[in-house]
Design a protein. Sequence first.
Length: 313
Amino acid sequence: MKSETSPPVISVDDLHVQYDEKYVVDGVSFDVHPGEVVALLGPNGAGKTTTVEVLEGHRRRSGGNVEVLGFDPQHGGRSFRERIGIVLQEAGLEGELTVREALTLFAGLYPNPRDVDELMSLVELDAKRRARVRTLSGGQRRRLDLALALVGNPDLVFLDEPTTGFDPQARHQAWSLLDSVCGGGTTILLTSHYMDEVQRLADRVVVLLEGHVIATGPPAAIGSSHRSQTEIRFRLPDRSVALELPDDVAAIAEVERLDVTIRTQHPTSVLATLASWALGRGEELNALTVDHPSLEEVLLELTSQPTDQRDAR
């Protein structure tokens, strides 16, 4: 369960990473609290991978302050690595090992590992315990990757595109598995190009573009500070009623026969006005629907705006 009263698991303050003459991460700041699932989002080249590599201790920063589990990951050493788990997009593992042998081997590297048999059950690989790694399907291999990241009983897990290549059923199974992991109090930093996955798993998102944080917040609320509009639709009982809509609603309404469409950044206000108007007339707002912008639409809009417009918000 997430907690914002405890010290952050991850604290990033004014992070800079420079390659040659260019800053690929340029002043990034954010926190991740215990038990949270936070997703780093942005197009390719936004600085996500570089940021995560710094947090994992695999890349040196050019400037700024970073703490992960109370360590500077750049100098964390073994004590730091024993408390994190990493799921890479592709993990190199000896194909002739069995699933149980691989997990037992990795468990031996940690002072307080999870029980290997319980972990195989958690990731639904019980039936494959004697199967060699090279014989596993893509989905089974990904579950093994997650098990290897969890075998050290980490406080923090880095997930890099955890369900790439999964079919829809396997992805939903993986989400349920991650729910179980989070339920145990593990903190997760996630990168994913699947916005439905982010909406399903993440408590908060941090959107990066050109090395800068351009938005942060819960997935459902991330669009509230920019121009993406909510779409309200309903059906009129009679065409003539369109002429009697409240003036402020009529000014933004699109009416086609009996169907009304309203696009607005202020859906609560518009809905309150419509409800009051309908109640006053004794009418129902038939076929009423309210569609908020999807996270994918929000992300596309945020990352396509000119820099001066983003900075003006």
